[in-house]
Design a protein around this ligand. Structure first.
Ligand SMILES: Cc1cc2nc3c(=O)[nH]c(=O)nc-3n(C[C@H](O)[C@H](O)[C@H](O)COP(=O)(O)OP(=O)(O)OC[C@H]3O[C@@H](n4cnc5c(N)ncnc54)[C@H](O)[C@@H]3O)c2cc1C
Length: 497
C-alpha cells in the first residue's frame, strides 16, 4: 500500500503533483526534494483551458489567493501568423465543430473567404477583449467563456510552493546523486549531502534531466524527430510600457520555425523555436532580435529534444512533466498534460485504495503515450500545412513531416472539406485532447485545399453576415484584459470560491 510518496523536483510539475496528492488523498505523506543549484526551467507560460479548470475548479486552490499571488492574465486562444491568410485565430470557444440552425452546412464551409470572428471567441480576440460583461454581476466579467492563462513560471512556482507548504508537503533541499533499487523498483533516493530518503512510491518531476525514469531506470526514449524538426528556442522578453495586453498568444512563422508572444501584465515574453539543422544559434538570435528590438541583446538559448519515454510508470516510479518527454509549446500543452497525468494517477490510486494494480499501470502508460502522440500529430499538422514561407526549412516541413496517425484525416478532408464527420478520422477519437474543433481550426485556418466546395445561398450569406455582426457588437462591448484585472482587484469584487 502506498503511504509515503517522494517527489523529485519542485518545478511546476512536481508542485502540481504534490498539491494534487495532498488535496485529494490527504492521508499520504508527501515530500519534495529540490535543488536550488539546479533551479527550475523558468519557461512555460501559456496554458490551455485545462490548467485554470484543474487548479481552480478541481483542486479548488481559491480564486482570490491564486489571482493575487500568481497574477495570471487570460488567454482566449492563439493567433496564428501562419498559412496564406493574413492571420487566423484558434479560440478556445467552439466555432467550427458545429452547424448553426437554419444553415445547410457546418460552419467551416462558410469560412473559406472570411475566417475572422465567426464565433464569439474569435470575435473577442479580434476586438482585443477577454470577457463579455455579465448582466447578473452588474457588468463584471463572465468567466463562463473558456479561457487559458498567461502566467509567469516563477510566480506560478512560488504560488504553488506556498500552497503545498500550507497543505503539509515537506520540502527537502539537496541534489540527488543516485538511487537504491529494491524488490518493487526504487527503495531510496541518495542525496549528495549523504541523506538517504525512503518512500513507497516516487514521482520523477526532475524536468529534462529525467533522473529516475531516464537515468536510473533507463526507460527507452521514443524520438519525435521525424514529425517535429525543431530542437531549440531563443527566449527573451521586455517590460511592457504602452503595449495593450492582448487576450491571446501569438504564434508567428519564422525562417526556421516559429515565435511565440505571451502577454503578462507587466512583461511581454517572446521566444523563437527553431531547428538547429536549419539555422545556427547566432542567425536565429539575429532574426529574433530583428523582430524584437526591445528584447535583451543576449537572449537565452534553451535546447530540447522532442519525444517521450515509452512508459511513464515503471515499477514504483511515475514521471510527470518534462521528465516524461517534451513537444514544443506551439499549442502550450505541457502544463495541461501535467494536470491530466496527475488527475489520472489520483483517480487510479483512489479506485485501488492506494494498492494500484498491474492493469492500472498499463492503462496509465497507454493514456500518457496517447496524449503525447496526439499532441505530436496535431503539431505536425501545423507544420505540414503552413505555406507562409517558401524556403528550404518550410518546404522540408511540408514535404517530409511524418503525420503519424493523421493520414486518414487528411485524406478525408482533402475530399470532403470541413465536414463534422472528420471526427471519426481522429486518432484516439473520443479521447483526443484537441478534438474536431482543434483540427478544423488548423485545416480551415491554413486553407487546406478540399474538393467539395459549398457555396452560401444569397439568403444564407445575408444571415451569416448578420450573425458575425452580432458577435462583433457583443465583443466590442466586452471587457479587455486590463479592465478585467481592474475589476477583480476592486474591493467590491467577490469570487464564488
Ligand atoms: C522553450 C520552452 C517553452 C515552453 N513553453 C511552455 C508553454 O507555453 N506552456 C506550457 O505548458 N509549457 C511550456 N513549456 C514546458 C514547461 O517547461 C513545463 O510546462 C513546466 O515548466 C514543467 O516543468 P518541470 O516541473 O517538468 O521541470 P523544471 O521546471 O525543470 O523542474 C525540475 C525540478 O527538478 C529539480 N531537479 C532536477 N534534477 C534534480 C536533482 N538531481 N536533484 C534534485 N532536484 C533536481 C529542479 O531543481 C527543479 O526543481 C516550455 C518549455 C520550453 C523548453
Amino acid at each position: 500500500m502506498i503511504q509515503k510518496v517522494l517527489i523529485l523536483g519542485s518545478g511546476s510539475a512536481g508542485l502540481i503533483a504534490a498539491i494534487s496528492l495532498k488535496k485529494i488523498l490527504p492521508k499520504l505523506e508527501v515530500r519534495v526534494v529540490r535543488s536550488s543549484d539546479i533551479g527550475v526551467i523558468g519557461v512555460g507560460e501559456g496554458t490551455t483551458v485545462s490548467l485554470p479548470t484543474y487548479l481552480l475548479d478541481y483542486l479548488k486552490l481559491g480564486h482570490a489567493r491564486f489571482y493575487a499571488q500568481a497574477e495570471p492574465t487570460w488567454k482566449m486562444g492563439i493567433r496564428f501568423h501562419w498559412g496564406p491568410r493574413d492571420y487566423f485565430d484558434y479560440p478556445f470557444a467552439y466555432q467550427l465543430s458545429g452547424q448553426w440552425r437554419h444553415y445547410s452546412c457546418p460552419n467551416g464551409y462558410y469560412s473559406d473567404e472570411n475566417f475572422h470572428g465567426i464565433g464569439l471567441g474569435s470575435a473577442l480576440m479580434e476586438a482585443n477583449k477577454a470577457f463579455p460583461q455579465h448582466e447578473k454581476s452588474g457588468g463584471g466579467p463572465d468567466f463562463s467563456v473558456p479561457f487559458g492563462f498567461h502566467i509567469e513560471n516563477v510566480k506560478l512556482v512560488q504560488t504553488l510552493e506556498s500552497i503545498a507548504q500550507e497543505l503539509g508537503v515537506a520540502f527537502i533541499e539537496g541534489k540527488m546523486s543516485g538511487a537504491e533499487r529494491g524488490p518493487s523498483g526504487i527503495s531510496a533516493l541518495l542525496l549528495e549531502d549523504g541523506q538517504r530518503l525512503e518512500a513507497d512510491f516516487f514521482l520523477d518531476c526532475s524536468g529534462f534531466r529525467s533522473e529516475l525514469l531516464g537515468r536510473v531506470l533507463g526507460e527507452e526514449f521514443v524520438d519525435y524527430r521525424r514529425s517535429l524538426f525543431c530542437d531549440r528556442a531563443v527566449v527573451g522578453g521586455w517590460e511592457r510600457t504602452t503595449e495593450t495586453i492582448l487576450p491571446y498568444t501569438i504564434a508567428e512563422t519564422m525562417e526556421a520555425g516559429w515565435a511565440w508572444q505571451i502577454e503578462h501584465e507587466h512583461h511581454i515574453n517572446r521566444g523563437y523555436v527553431y531547428s538547429s539543422q536549419a539555422i545556427s544559434d547566432e542567425a536565429a538570435t539575429e532574426e529574433f532580435l530583428r523582430k524584437n528590438p526591445k528584447a535583451p541583446k543576449t537572449p537565452r538559448v534553451v535546447k530540447f529534444r522532442s519525444g517521450r519515454y515509452r512508459r511513464v510508470w515503471v515499477d514504483n516510479v511515475v514521471a510527470i512533466g518534462n521528465s516524461v518527454g517534451f513537444v514544443e509549446p506551439l499549442e502550450a500543452t505541457a502544463l495541461m498534460t501535467v494536470a491530466r497525468q496527475c488527475k489520472n494517477l489520483i483517480m487510479l490510486w483512489e479506485d485501488a485504495a492506494l494498492r494500484p494494480t498491474e492493469t492500472m499501470r498499463s492503462l496509465y502508460n497507454q493514456l500518457s503515450g496517447e496524449t503525447f502522440d496526439d499532441t505530436r500529430d496535431f503539431l505536425a499538422l501545423h507544420y505540414k500545412l503552413n505555406t507562409r514561407l517558401d524556403n528550404e526549412f518550410w518546404r522540408h516541413c511540408r514535404e517530409d513531416t511524418e503525420m503519424g496517425d493523421l493520414a486518414p484525416l487528411l485524406d478525408f478532408y482533402h475530399e470532403n472539406g470541413p465536414s463534422l464527420m472528420n471526427i471519426y478520422c481522429l486518432p484516439s477519437q473520443d479521447r483526443n485532447i484537441f478534438g474536431l474543433e482543434g483540427y478544423l481550426a488548423i485545416l480551415v485556418g491554413n486553407r487546406a485545399p478540399y474538393k467539395a466546395k459549398r457555396a452560401l445561398t444569397d439568403t444564407e450569406r445575408v444571415t451569416w453576415d448578420d450573425m458575425l455582426k452580432t458577435f462583433r457588437t457583443r465583443a466590442e462591448q466586452s471587457l479587455s484584459v486590463a479592465e478585467t484585472l481592474a475589476i477583480i482587484r476592486s474591493p467590491q469584487w467577490r469570487w464564488n470560491s
